[in-house]
Design a protein around this ligand. Structure first.
Ligand SMILES: [Zn+2]
Length: 128
């Protein structure tokens, strides 16, 4: 998997295209109350497979998280507060960073620690 980072990002109808690899387009989509980092499926561009919501900050939080994210070894980026959708991403080389890739709740906190977003977080583990 070769990740290409677009610098500067490419403006698109939904927001900004930040990069791409063989399978996905990495995009920032402003939502009503969040900015979302979306992995849009290249073969089916009407579909996204993975997404993470960030506090709204004109896309800056998403851009910063994407800049330091290594999708090859890291399942998910940092700094998000909600994971929409059911599927949890697994990085192709995730075994190289076992500490980073510990299971997280839907709010982005590690299961082994308290959820900082929701005291009633169900802490459900997604199927792997
Ligand atoms: Zn949680």
């Amino acid at each position: 998997m070769t990740l290409i980072r677009h610098d500067p990002p490419i403006p698109i109808e939904e927001g900004l295209r930040l990069g791409e690899d063989d399978d996905y387009l990495y995009e920032m989509w402003p939502q009503l109350f969040n900015d979302r980092l979306v992995l849009r499926v290249k073969k089916i561009p009407t579909t996204w497979r993975y997404g993470w919501c960030f506090k709204q900050a004109n896309g800056l939080a998403v851009v910063a998280a994407f800049a330091v994210w290594d999708p090859e070894t890291e399942d998910e980026p940092i700094g998000w507060h909600k994971r929409p959708g059911r599927e949890v991403r697994k990085a192709p080389q995730r075994d190289t960073k076992p500490d980073y890739n510990q299971p997280r709740c839907v709010h982005g906190d590690y299961m082994s620690m308290a959820c900082l977003r929701d005291p009633f977080c169900p802490r459900k583990r997604e199927a792997s």
